[in-house]
Design a protein around this ligand. Structure first.
Ligand code: NAP
Length: 273
């Protein structure tokens, strides 16, 4: 067994940066949030700014991005500076967009991916090869692009956090393509954690239950506060999760230097019910 004593084989390897596992340890770090203009990514941005991190938001809709930048700037107005919150408009799976985000940040410690919708949803027999490819491209191929960028740009101690959902373990009909690729992102998480550990990079994922975000509210019958409260009342804790509760888990994974290769579920106990 190898311990970290002086003179052991491990002592020549990249040291593990030891930091506080509290979110306050993220103060002064920089995070790139791919999908940071809405929902869980936006909430992560607000939380990160509130603990003094610098944030780069990536999303496709530039108006949504501008609104998100204003929201983040108001989270810490007294200490805001021009470069504390930046935005890059584009597809988060596009290598040029990712390069621009990393270049503008200058130095990136953490990457959190919440981009990715439900491309390819529909009954199996109605799916074309293009539908399936769209699901693959938008989530799995995009995750590989982010991972490649992160692997070459993050310093030792950096982290990459992906997003998943509990439908991966409790599937619903009509979701074969999106759930297959989301499940693959969880496998990618563990494979990357092993591959990137020698560089002291950490890779984790958060698997969400039903979280009250614009994505959830875009689903049929969930477009009002009352509808969300009524539907949430059947959940074990009597409500859906908030974007902040979901995002806080991602901050924990960024901040805790001994977390890697994990998929943490934040679902208010829904998978137990
Ligand atoms: N909310 C839930 O109940 C729930 C449950 C299970 C899993 N999840 C997963 O959690 C993640 C976050 O969900 P959310 O509820 O926060 O969604 P959301 O409110 O729709 O936010 C998604 C964000 O990602 C951006 N985005 C989407 N596709 C992108 C792309 N190709 N490139 C760059 N940005 C992109 C969106 O902006 P633009 O559209 O402007 O690009 C938006 O900022 C998703 O992966 C979702 O599948 C959510």
């Amino acid at each position: 067994m190898v311990y970290f004593s002086k003179g052991s084989p491990m002592s020549a390897a990249t040291p593990i940066p030891v930091r506080s596992p509290l979110p306050s340890a993220l103060s002064g770090t920089t995070a790139v949030l791919i999908g940071g203009s809405s929902g869980i990514g936006l909430a992560a941005g607000v939380l990160l700014r509130s603990v003094g991190a610098h944030v780069v938001l990536v999303g496709r809709d530039s108006d949504r991005l501008k609104a998100a930048v204003s929201r983040l700037r108001s989270a810490r107005p007294a200490e805001d500076s021009d470069d504390a919150v930046l935005d890059v408009s584009g597809d988060g799976g596009d290598e040029r967009t990712l390069a621009e985000a990393f270049d503008r940040a200058g130095h990136v410690d953490h990457v959190f991916v919440t981009a990715g919708g439900l491309s390819g949803a529909g009954p199996l027999t109605g799916l074309s090869a293009d539908d399936i490819r769209a699901a693959f491209d938008s989530r799995l191929l995009a995750s590989f692009a982010v991972a490649r960028a992160a692997a070459t740009r993050l310093p030792a101690g950096g982290s990459l956090t992906f997003s998943s959902g509990i439908l991966v373990v409790r599937p619903a009909p009509g979701m074969t393509a999106p759930l297959s690729v989301t499940g693959a992102v969880e496998t990618l998480t563990r494979a990357l954690a092993v591959e990137l550990a020698p560089a002291r990079l950490r890779v984790n994922a958060v698997r969400y239950g039903r979280i009250d975000t614009p994505l959830l509210r875009s689903l049929p019958g969930l477009d009002s506060d009352d509808a969300v409260a009524t539907a949430g009342s059947t959940a074990p804790l009597g409500r859906f999760g908030t974007a902040e509760e979901a995002a806080a888990t991602a901050l924990f994974l960024m901040a805790n230097p001994y977390m890697t290769g994990q998929v943490i579920t934040v679902d208010g106990g829904e998978t137990l019910a």
